[in-house]
Design a protein around this ligand. Sequence first.
Ligand code: ATP
Ligand code: MG
Length: 586
Amino acid sequence: MKPAVLRKYLSSRGPAPNLGDYAATRAGFSWALARSELDGLPRGGLNIAHEALDRHLARRRGDKLALRWLGKDGTVRDFTYADLARHTNRFANVLRAAGIGKGDTVFTLLGRVPELYISALGTLKNGSVVSPLFSVFGPEPVQTRMQRGEAKALVTTRHLYERKVAPWRVQLPSLRHVFLIDGTEGSLPADTVSLAAAMAAASDSFDIVHTAAEDIALLHFTSGTTGRPKGAIHVHEAVVAHHITAKYALDLHADDIFWCTADPGWVTGTSYGIIAPLTIGTTMIVDEADFDAERWYDILRRERVNVWYTAPTAIRMLMRAGAEIVKPGTLDTVRFMASVGEPLNPEAVIWSAKTLGQPFHDNWWQTETGGIMIANFASQDIKIGSMGRPLPGIEAAIVDRDGDTLRTIAEPMKSGELALKAGWPSMFRGYLHEEERYRKNFVDGWYLTGDLAMRDLDGYFWFVGRGDDVIKSAGHLIGPFEVESALMEHPAVSEAAVIGIPDPVAGETVKAFLALNPGYEASEALRKELLGHARKRLGPAVAPKEIAFRADLPKTRSGKIMRRLLKARELGLPEGDTSTLESDEK
Ligand code: ATP
Ligand code: MG
């Protein structure tokens, strides 16, 4: 079937896109040129925080608004680039005074509050490694991550500390310093320090510690969608990719107001929720509150957001909330909208074009890649359902792995593993304590992503599914994404997850788990209708044989559907690592 193409949506608002001509930009691109858009440290070396903050001060842009923080309770706090530079200097001095040095790991366990942004960038100025943890993790995932990362310091709140760290702290002797952002001196738990008091006593000038491009900067744990989360190690050189990919794939310009909705506990919230918007010089919006459709639309309008980066889980919730709550003028200033983290079903692209007046642009990357690798660009046609094309500087291919050799699949629209030519700046440099596992991902100079995809004749990539989630049924290789997207077309379906169930004849059969939109009830008649709809759309070989209705599908904290858990539960198998499973525990 020929895919639907959405002719390039080029907003008449704002500046011309950073990437105008795809082929020409790719041809003229080199990582050395991308690097030359940044400064480097005055005495050589490269430091992410310098590029994000101090570089702008040197260019007299210190007064520009860098971060507007929207508190849950309606408080608004503004920070200019100069403010952030000063606060991060203080924080770096606090670390230095505490004896925390280059290469030591500093964890944060904070909601989206200004102290999180200040600690992360201040840690980088001190040459230390930052690892931001999602504040809604329970004590167990916090402990395993901090133990694996040999945490030297932690920045958190009193409440989070007492509930999630204090009970096991004696088991982590490396953790020498705990800074509490809300503790007042005199009433603090034992062995903790008031961050405010330490900051007040510290100087607001700091000479950034010399870091080389290859020095470790960030430790990010993967989402745990397919198993035990891995700790991906990133270096300061990653900033080159953060900067240039935000420029091209998110079309970020210095005058933009940018809102990335991801929490910095996930890699998106760091690469594009802290670093890239600041290296570009934008104003970034940070909302402390959890998802709320009306609040989100209100933020877009009130804060005059130009570029908006979010995720399919949020888009599905917006779709569920209905079009009626989109007030006129909501997207008047928005020029570009993008999505990442999970496959973006065609239905969501069509919905956004219709209801919001412009489409979400899907892009693809992973914790391991550190930055966006494949994207639908502002100036290019969107092929609905495609992840887009590789960024300049990125070579992507569809391959078949056979032990230590690779075979490139040249045939268009044939599924295979998505591979990237190794060597881009934000490529992870290791899995923490899992050297063997890291090396296994590389064959013949290519990084194998573990995702299956196809490439069409125009060079657009199409997501098929995660390698682990693909279903083999009666000689067919079935990608869950295709089946889920077809089911999502039905007005009753709000979310879909498809898995393979072992079958003595077919090998596996397809089973779908569906959550319904408001106004629809699970019934035998609806099940029959949906089975019929799927058969008509997909043919009997690919359509699900079984459908089960669920009020909610199991998801990670970042909103990704955990198909492996549905399968384990269905087959009565062990559930494996569920530390990132979403639950009501706060
Ligand atoms: P884990 O590796 O621990 O199982 P995870 O792979 O979900 O978790 P992340 O690094 O946060 O951890 O997510 C990257 C993965 O998310 C990709 O490998 C891919 O499977 C999926 N993904 C991201 N963006 C897209 C997209 N645009 N389309 C389809 N899938 C996507
Ligand atoms: Mg992964």
